[in-house]
Design a protein around this ligand. Sequence first.
Ligand code: ISE
Length: 344
Amino acid sequence: QNLRVAVVGAGMMGADHVRRITAKISNADVVAVVEPDEARARAAADLAPGAVTAASFDEALDATDIDAVIIATPGFLHEPILVTALERGLTVLCEKPLTTSAEDSLRIVELEQQHAARPVIQVGFMRRFDAGYQELRALRESGAHGALLALHHAHRNPTTPPNFSESMLIHDSVIHEIDIIPFLTGEPIVAVEVKKPRKNSLAPADLPEPQFVLFTTESGTMAIVEINVNAQFGYQVTTDAVFESGVAYIGRDTSATVVAAGATGQGVTPSFKERFGAAYDEEVQRWVDAARTGGIDGPSAWDGYTASVVAEVAVRAQQSGALESVEYAVAKPAFYETAGETAG
Ligand code: ISE
């Protein structure tokens, strides 16, 4: 029997997941779209034959049988849906961030251990499923070019949606690097500092960006992130890894290079949907396959929690301008010790 999935939130990402599950993913059907905006709910449900629409998650649970849920609402609305899903024994794919505070994320991690025998919440850190990031991680693990010394990350979006605040630069955008830096280095982040160069006049008046966010990991590897989300030209996410005897970079070649009319050029992806399309497909198929037997196959709520801790410190660093150190309140519980190449 196919996995019966509810998608909560029918914005850009939620609607994309409805389309993906219906058109590309095997062994799963979208049976409910939960979205208070009726027109949006209908538009997304029309992509999935037979799916019901509901204004709330509880309404959807009353209306139809649901095995698993994809949470794609704005981050600050994730927590109550996670709690309901845990109480109902559902498996979850929760878009990032897990929650928008370390305290709330820790509560989810504790609740998951009370309600489930093994991890049932996967966090939507899709970069772990991207071939480029997997290659960089394998290079570091192989030791072929010595130790990994530094990472340069560029994270550029064309524009921001309305009401995108300074802390959302961290919780919504840099959260991806906060997850991928430990994935690449194999080490936790221990310190964060933020520097703010000259403001882009094309960014909203109350959004001081671009910003440089500098992370240090346990052994002293440093990762600099240029977060630059009103860059106008398109969507670009690149990473350069500096090893002792070589460098490796990913994310520049997202299309063929065309030489014509006296110039050489390459396309730029318009949004994360295209840049990470293959990664999302891989992430969702593997989650579906694992969820059919009640598990997950990717970053867990623990990874969501540690990212929340670092994000909170990074928001503090935005305000203080100082080097802020990261303390984790609890050690990783044995419950989260899973194998698997995309696990934490
Ligand atoms: C958005 O929510 C994402 O998750 C994208 O991957 C990221 O690039 C963007 O900055 C976020 O707003």
